[in-house]
Design a protein around this ligand. Structure first.
Ligand code: ZN
Length: 451
């Protein structure tokens, strides 16, 4: 469905869509949420990352993954949430083969983070404030594969930490939905808490869609939940379709009902899956095998301090500090590595009288491969002058030793399994040398030393 056909309802000013989103993001922790099994299950042989806990065998006792809780809090803090001093896991009971225990350990009445917000651009470049109802911690289920009349089940994913982010119904168009998802994807990558790869299912989206007459302030008395849609593109198509379908039904005098619908990609339409369950159908009750989570304010403060500069803050800073165009700032901050590369290059350029905007231009337009090209080479090209590159292995080794001893906290995190923090160490070396080091080479040296 193109945005052109969307014009149909946009120009029809009688109805306004009301959309709320539930996003699930899988954390990239070393182990699962409630057991020691490796959470790095993608592409592994089925049912090789399992134990009595994540298989739900009788008598197995779960315990809480602290890193996952911290990651969940990081997401909550970045989304301006309040972190609950006391939160609790509950059992969400339902029967389905991908859930061996017969319930999912989730959070319902006492979520970890509540009452946040985030600003998102709509399609016309206006900022919209989206309220975040909650950010809570739960576990993923096993994975079912239906093929040739049989259903296969893989429990490697069972118990992988999952964070759910629920918005208030504050979206009124699909562009804002799309921008929100992109913004959160970037956030997860900046925080280093998830690979946020949609194709692999690291990030999953569910939407609650309804429509109301323009001018009506109350929420509509129903909502249609779009679920089990495995691609982001299909989700947007399903929302667009749903808005049109609902308007048509209302125009024809029907009353819309609470229900769950899926997406048929061949027919390009949504179809009824089931009437919507209510929360009480899940018979939530506190998980008796896990303690409540108590967070002291100094612990929360520590986590807050550990947050990196977030992508949107970096974007604004690039605009203000370097006079970079908004569209360029967006591209430059897409990945922390690229932002880091840009800043090192600017820093180096200063010494040679090269303007930050020229550097931004170069990187945005020429798209240099930053794992091969050096900041110095870019300045050289912009300036037409030779500058030295550090090739001497002894010297590189000394630099690596230096940053390792200067960053004990990062080294600790790395050794615990969060290997992406190596980028921080590379960044430190880049700053020290004004970008005169090949990042790939220094990465290998650091890896060797941190082994
Ligand atoms: Zn396990």
């Amino acid at each position: 469905m193109t945005s052109l056909s969307l014009g149909g309802y946009m120009s029809n000013q009688k109805y306004e869509p009301v959309i709320g989103l539930e996003m699930h993001v899988e954390l990239n922790t070393k182990s699962k949420m409630f057991c020691r099994c490796s959470a790095d299950y993608f592409g592994r042989e089925p049912n090789t990352h399992t134990c009595p806990i994540c298989l739900g065998l009788p008598g197995a006792l779960p315990y809480i993954n602290k890193v996952a809780i911290e990651d969940c809090i990081k997401i909550g803090l970045a989304l301006n949430c309040t972190v609950s001093e006391k939160s609790l896991f509950e059992r969400k009971n339902y029967f389905y083969p991908d859930l061996p225990k017969g319930y999912q350990i989730s959070q319902y009445r006492w979520p970890l983070c509540v009452n946040g917000w985030i600003e998102v651009d709509d399609g016309d470049g206006n900022k919209r404030k989206i309220r975040i109802n909650r950010v809570h911690q739960e576990e993923d289920t096993g994975k079912l594969t239906h093929s040739g009349g049989v259903t296969l089940i893989d429990f490697n994913r069972s118990g992988v930490p999952l964070v759910e982010i629920v918005t208030e119904p504050d979206f009124h168009d699909v562009d804002t939905v799309r921008n929100y998802a992109k913004k959160l994807q970037r956030l997860f990558r900046y925080l280093g808490v998830s690979n946020a790869d949609m194709e692999r299912g690291d990030m999953r989206l569910e939407a609650n869609v309804s429509v109301r007459p323009v001018g009506q302030k109350e929420l509509p008395g129903y909502r249609v939940e779009l679920k089990n849609i495995n691609s982001f593109r299909f989700m947007v198509a399903a929302i667009e379709y749903e808005i049109k379908r609902q308007i048509k039904e209302l125009e024809e005098g029907w009353t819309l009902k609470q229900e769950t619908r899926g997406w048929d990609e061949d027919k390009k339409s949504t179809y009824l899956q089931r009437s919507k369950e209510e929360a009480h159908d899940y018979r939530y009750f506190p998980e008796p095998d896990l303690p409540e989570i108590r967070m002291k304010s100094d612990e929360i403060g520590k986590i807050r301090k550990s947050l990196p500069e977030l992508s949107w803050d970096k974007q604004n800073r690039f605009i203000e500090e370097y006079g970079v165009k908004k569209s360029d700032a967006e591209i430059l901050t897409e990945l922390t590595e690229l932002a880091e590369f840009f800043e090192v290059t600017v820093e180096h350029g200063k010494k040679h009288g090269v303007d930050a905007k020229a550097v931004a231009n170069y990187i945005v337009n020429k798209k240099p491969n930053i794992s091969v090209v050096l900041p110095t080479q870019i300045i050289e090209e912009l300036k037409g002058k030779k500058v030295g590159v550090i090739e001497n292995m002894g010297e590189l080794g000394e630099l690596a030793d230096e940053v390792i001893s200067e960053n004990p906290a990062m080294v600790g995190v790395y050794k615990k399994g969060k290997v992406t923090v190596i980028q921080v160490l590379i960044g430190a070396i880049m700053r020290k040398t004004g970008g005169k080091v090949n990042p790939n080479k220094i990465r290998e040296i650091l890896k060797e030393k941190l082994r």
